[in-house]
Design a protein around this ligand. Sequence first.
Ligand code: GUN
Length: 279
Amino acid sequence: MAQLIDGKKISQEIKDELKEKVAELKEQGIEGALAVIQVGNDPASSVYVRNKKRACEYIGIRSESYELPEETTEDELLTLIETLNEDPKINGILCQLPVPVHMDENKIIRTIAPEKDVDGFHTQNVGALVVGQTGFVSCTPAGVIQLLKRSGIEIAGKHCVVVGRSNIVGKPMALLMLQENATVTICHSRTADLQSMCRQADILIVAVGKPKMITAEYVKEGATVIDVGIHRQENGKLCGDVDFEQVAPIAGAITPVPGGVGPMTIAMLMNNCVEAMTR
Ligand code: GUN
């Protein structure tokens, strides 16, 4: 049976480290606040937003909540973001995605000041990641790096296969693994013979959004398997993009769902908020 990579425990360690750091900053007179914007009331988004505000409370930074109705116009939202950009008491701004269909997501991301973009979605922050400069890094892929490092899994020189090419996970994930000196392959829905590509991975990172898609045939014996997916099954239980029952006996190390990558996203958001306070 594979080593279980415990995201719950590692995320708690990170939050406790950040809590200490926030207390130290407070002694120096530095206080932080995160503005959390949600437009509409998508139930999944409400859960994420609630957890983000809770994490702020835990580490000791203030959160300001902006719950806007579904009918909010794009201009109204952009005006709010511009006001928050100018507000010196706010270090971080987060607009929970997805926004309603009548809004242009890219325009919203572009409007958030890069130095307050704790999600790491702004093109300036993405560009900084590409060229290896300092900027905010997207929270989920940054969390995966922490999971690997804090579980003692060597990255340098390993062949990492990333399945998925989204702007939020797949692309930044590949860049971060490259920065850690892995040899990186990016696969996606149009990849020919995905199975044999995945079987070459020492570290397989899956972010495709398809329940239990990665079965035993996709995994080399002893590989590290990181599952970014999360889905609610018909029986009410959660599962990932990886068929855990099939893959765990083959893998060298694996993340469970829930309790793997999920809790790391919020821990890394908190990390970015603390960074925003100190920059
Ligand atoms: N929606 C899904 N994931 C995220 C995230 O990491 N940040 C924001 N703002 N919205 C999301």
